[in-house]
Design a protein around this ligand. Structure first.
Ligand SMILES: C[S@@+](CC[C@H](N)C(=O)[O-])C[C@H]1O[C@@H](n2cnc3c(N)ncnc32)[C@H](O)[C@@H]1O
Length: 358
């Protein structure tokens, strides 16, 4: 999934940083700002006990499906509703996904607010999804919520299906990278009929966990061996930029339709503003995190265009022990708002701290 600050291309760099700590698999690796969960997944596959946390619901769904969940659930509650169940969990997941792909389209919240047909009375009808895909998304999201509310599927099963939908959205959304605006012409990708992607469950014998909390609150409740921090670097808030993923993850049921506003139908996000995205608060929350960390090593990813300077970061980290710095150049994520003159290469820094002071 394209996501600001996603570490998919830096996993080997991170892996080398983790190897240098000498902390081996089996130990607890906590990814406190897990976003797409790509880092958490990588270290789960390496055999660590992984905790993944993010304050966004869509990220929590991914963490439930890929981190907490270690086996394919069997969806046994759907046996009577869907033909073809044969008792083999991976095949059952394929059958459920197939059933969802074939639901009849419904004119629901997504169609009414994010498709041209449902918004034709606006001065600028919204073009996030084609009418057909918007109605399919409505049908799928409504069906999996109904199954959950009627206890036909378990929470683990629910999050696997929700993750399947969330991870498919970027393939049919008429956007360039993030959801803050839609394209004014249809991207050919968005015109394809939605087809759910099937999540691949990662096996593990460890007690992996998923959290959805503010990092500064969770830090006071957990212990880890390696604490990996990948907070936002700049003033770009995640909740508005990924609002459609968040809205689809949270749903719109029991008469609780999300408040949306403006030309794009942005979802309200007052409660999801990150203090790490604000110059006047970032150092305070960062200091607080480092002060309360109960761990052997802290690894922090940050880049050289971030709100905190290298000196500020080192001053804070040095209060808990010796700091080492590793750098890697990295092609920056290009957004629609970027100018030709903007830098293409940024330096990703990995700060590694062996905790020796209380
Ligand atoms: C740089 S991204 C992490 C990217 C992730 N490592 C990946 O590879 O996909 C930062 C993440 O921090 C989350 N976040 C921001 N402020 C937070 C807070 N106070 N508590 C928990 N999560 C927060 C955002 O939702 C976002 O997903």
């Amino acid at each position: 999934m394209r996501y600001y600050g996603c570490k998919s291309k830096l996993l080997d760099f991170l892996s080398k940083g983790v190897a240098k700590t000498g902390i081996n698999h089996g130990s607890i690796f906590c990814d406190l700002f897990s976003g797409t969960t790509i880092v958490a997944r990588y270290f789960k596959q390496k055999g660590y006990t992984v905790y993944a946390n993010d304050f966004l619901e869509f990220s929590y769904s991914l963490a439930r499906a890929y981190i907490k969940n270690n086996t394919y659930p069997n969806f046994s509650g759907l046996k009577k509703l869907i033909d073809g169940f044969n008792g083999h969990p991976t095949e059952n997941l394929d059958i459920v996904v197939d059933h969802l792909n074939n639901l009849s389209p419904v004119k629901g919240f997504i169609y009414k607010n994010y498709c041209p047909g449902g918004t034709e009375n606006l001065d600028f009808p919204r073009m996030y999804f084609t009418n057909q895909n918007g109605m399919k998304i409505d049908a799928i999201r409504t069906e999996i919520q109904k199954w959950k509310d009627e206890n036909i599927i378990s929470e683990d099963e629910f999050y696997i299906l929700l993750t399947s939908l969330i991870e498919t959205i970027p393939y049919v959304a008429n956007i360039s990278g993030n959801y803050a605006a839609y394209l004014k012409k249809w991207d050919p990708r968005a015109l394809k009929l939605i087809k759910l992607r099937v999540p691949v469950v990662l096996g593990s014998k460890r007690k992996n966990k998923a959290f959805k909390e503010d990092a500064n609150i969770l830090i006071k409740k957990i212990h880890s061996d390696i604490l990996y921090l990948d907070p936002p670097y700049n003033a770009r808030q995640y909740a508005p930029n990924y609002f459609l993923l968040e809205l689809i993850a949270e749903g719109w049921f029991n008469g609780q339709e999300p408040k949306i506003y403006g030309k794009t139908g942005m979802r309200a996000y007052e409660n999801q503003k990150s203090a790490f995205c604000q110059k006047n608060t970032v150092l305070t929350v960062f200091e607080d995190l480092i002060r309360h960390a109960k761990t052997k090593f802290i690894l922090l990813s940050y880049n050289d265009e971030g709100l905190m300077s290298e000196d500020e970061i080192v001053d804070v980290l040095a209060t808990r022990g010796d700091v080492q710095i590793f750098k890697r150049s990295h092609r920056r994520y290009r957004s629609i708002n970027q100018n030709e003159s903007d830098r293409r290469i940024v330096f990703e820094t990995l700060y590694s701290l062996k905790v020796s002071k209380e």
